[in-house]
Design a protein around this ligand. Structure first.
Ligand code: ATP
Ligand code: MG
Ligand code: MG
Ligand code: MG
Length: 482
């Protein structure tokens, strides 16, 4: 079943169950506290927190999402993309646990001829929050899932809150068993590679008080308006229904992977274990396919490369894709070959990527060109530093990392990545100290010379760049559970 068909069935099913069909919001989060839309619920936050009266009691959507917190997982696990689509159904003080659970089960297990996804019930496993006896009883007694395929789990995975006072509540998750060839028996609690999480059902029923983080807090009482918020990973379901090994091999992503393999002359083998000699190349090909798609979708939603915030994320995605291609042996610009393939894979669902491709591609290609220039100028200097530090059995010095940044425009994350590939560490603390000293010098200079307007602008830009390197990723770790 192709992705567009999965999406169509989702929306049809919930529309028939009385849900308003709401188009995906932008990847640029409509909620000001988040950089990106990280889950289907984000556009509905005002209704879920009862700050606004919802125009409908129940809604469904297929939401474009970006989760930068998952960037390091991409290509290594079978299930994490930086971009993915979250299918969701929502109740704002309308139906609750029982209907949410029974509808989820119905959609997943109804035969394909009847509009469902036709998953075999015996392949599905359930987790519930350890104190949520109500959800456990619904799954076991009403849906009829055998008790030995329902597992209890703690706050970390099966309790939702924003980390702040406000709505909170237990979750129940649905997993698909890929079979004994993928790992050990024992359900999702034992093995999250064999048992793939596909759907999270959040039951917002309590008012959370103050506390620490997402696990240590008080519950003040029941919410006057109980909500349902669910999220199913479209690509994860696609991977199961298309009978492929991971989400990068599904119909909207695989064409880019194949193109990258073709350009680099590498054979893609679906290697999952890092003992497999093909694994390193396969991970790189998956990273390329994932990041190219994310870049396409981000630029389409108005993000442009820059040194801070969203633009920095986009910059990093493009640079990581280009780097992965270089490590696969391709030194020339490759976005002009890869981006149109991603466009063609995505335009059926998102016509804007084709309509606006002239603009999107101009931005993406310029960014790749600029990065290739940076690499060309700094690589020889980095290689020297690698040689010296290997000879001395020491990490790459803070001075070297600073020179690479200051003279060659090598961002510290690139130095860190390239050093890691050479099996070396970098004296990051030393680098930070030098950066801070440079900033202080610049500040003192600016004060001493009473610089005019133009010079101050340059100084601000420099400051902004320094800040980005250090704090960029903190603000990005804003992943939420649905
Ligand atoms: P995981 O434990 O696999 O990282 P999660 O618990 O972080 O997933 P949720 O926050 O519960 O995910 O999001 C709801 C659903 O969205 C998940 O059940 C999954 O199907 C999907 N999903 C989450 N993160 C990703 C991702 N990075 N790529 C693809 N799908 C995802
Ligand atoms: Mg996660
Ligand atoms: Mg999870
Ligand atoms: Mg989850």
């Amino acid at each position: 079943m192709k992705s567009h068909e999965i999406v169509r069935r989702w929306l049809d099913f919930f529309e028939k169950k009385g849900h308003a069909v709401v188009p995906s919001a932008s990847l640029v989060s409509p909620d000001p506290s988040l950089l990106f839309t990280v889950a289907g619920m984000v556009p509905f936050i005002p209704y879920l927190t009862a700050r606004e009266t919802p125009p409908f009691p129940r809604a469904t959507s297929v939401q474009k999402c970006i989760r930068t917190a998952d960037i390091e997982e991409v290509g290594k696990t079978v299930r994490h993309g930086t971009f993915f689509q979250m299918c969701g159904n929502f109740s704002f003080g309308d139906y609750f646990k029982e209907q949410a659970i029974s509808m989820a089960w119905e959609l997943l297990t109804s035969p394909v001829e009847q509009g469902g996804y036709g998953l075999p019930p015996e392949k599905l496993w359930i987790t519930v929050y350890e104190e949520d006896e109500e959800a456990l009883a619904i799954w076991r007694d009403q849906v009829g899932v055998p008790a030995d395929r329902i597992q209890k789990s703690g706050k970390k995975d099966n309790y939702w809150s924003t980390g702040q006072p406000g709505p909170a509540g237990p979750c129940s998750e649905i997993f698909y068993d890929r079979g004994p060839e993928y790992g050990i028996e024992g359900g999702p609690i034992a093995d999250e590679t064999r048992y793939i999480e596909i759907w999270n059902l959040v039951f917002m029923q309590y008012q959370r008080g103050a506390g620490i983080g997402k696990e240590d807090f008080e519950i003040l009482g029941e919410l006057p308006q109980k909500n349902i918020d669910t999220g199913l990973g479209m690509e994860r379901l696609a991977m199961i229904l298309q009978g492929v090994e991971n989400m990068y091999e599904t119909d909207q992503v695989r064409p880019v992977l194949d193109k990258a393999a073709e350009i680099s002359g590498r054979e893609y083998t679906s290697a999952e274990s890092d003992d497999d000699p093909h694994h390193t190349d396969d991970v790189r090909l998956r990273v390329v396919a994932d990041h190219i798609r994310s870049a396409l979708m981000l630029i389409s939603d108005g993000v442009t490369p820059s040194n801070e915030g969203r633009g920095y994320v986009l910059r990093r995605l493009i640079r990581r894709a280009v780097r992965a291609m270089r490590l696969l042996g391709v030194e020339n610009a490759c976005l002009p070959e890869l981006l149109p393939v991603s466009r063609d894979a995505m335009k059926g669902t998102y016509p804007a990527v084709a309509d606006d491709f002239e603009r999107i591609s101009r931005i993406a290609y310029a960014e790749e060109k600029a990065f290739l220039r940076t690499i060309a100028s700094g690589t020889a200097r980095l290689e020297e530093a690698v040689k010296e530090s290997k000879a001395a059995s020491k990490p790459i010095s803070g001075e070297d990392a600073f020179t690479l940044h200051d003279t060659y425009g090598f961002p510290i994350d690139l130095t860190l990545e390239m050093a890691e590939e050479a099996g070396l560490q970098v004296d990051e603390a030393g680098f930070r100290t030098l950066m801070a000293e440079q900033r202080q010098r610049a500040q003192a200079d600016a004060r001493g010379k009473k610089l005019g307007h133009a010079d101050v602008t340059v100084f601000r830009e420099m400051l902004a760049e320094g800040e980005t390197v250090f704090t960029g990723y903190d603000e990005l770790n804003t992943e939420s559970t649905v």
